[in-house]
Design a protein around this ligand. Sequence first.
Ligand SMILES: C[S@@+](CC[C@H](N)C(=O)[O-])C[C@H]1O[C@@H](n2cnc3c(N)ncnc32)[C@H](O)[C@@H]1O
Length: 213
Amino acid sequence: MNTKTHWENIYSTKAADAVSWYQSHPVQSLRLIRQVVGDDTTASIIDVGGGASTLVDHLLDAGFTDVTVLDISANALASAQARLQERARRVAWLEADVLALQMPSHPFDVWHDRAVFHFLTAAEDRRRYVQAVHRAVKPGGSVIVATFAEDGPSQCSGLDVARYSADQMHAAFGAGFKLITSTREDHHTPFGTVQKFIYCLCRKEASGSGLLQ
Ligand SMILES: C[S@@+](CC[C@H](N)C(=O)[O-])C[C@H]1O[C@@H](n2cnc3c(N)ncnc32)[C@H](O)[C@@H]1O
């Protein structure tokens, strides 16, 4: 089954709040976004693999005016749009594979990804992902990526994942990104289990390619 088919199936058979990664309040993501943009609600933010996440709701609540949600699954985006109703018009929605999309050049202040990068178990896919980050994020912009931690589960949504420490994730992004901070989270799934996540905040340096070799 290809990636898109997998995710369309997930979002057509499960409610948005019944998937293991569901969060009603994405506390760490919001805290790290605030850390980098402060009170600047005009900052341009992309949630990569945002799916049906409530992050976009909270960003709109906080007054952010330049929010993009990218996901490979049309069903996921439709679910978020239905929840937001009228407010969905204030968001840019991109149905795309982050590994295949030709990103526009440097529009984003903040790249956020919770639980997408960890699916990239092939070096070539990680290289393409980092290339997309380089292209899409402004020099000096911020990259917030959350994955399962070293002691987290080995699968997510039935798919194998790569698990990271902060240093391993920073190394995966390569030179050209400065690790600013990292934090761990015990994520409580809707089924009462706990998954160990790690969030890394990196700043994209103003110069240098930093692409994985
Ligand atoms: C585990 S879910 C996490 C969703 C959301 N970030 C959250 O934290 O609630 C992974 C999401 O990534 C999306 N996804 C997986 N591979 C992708 C790809 N190559 N390009 C874009 N989105 C992808 C899936 O459709 C799904 O919505």
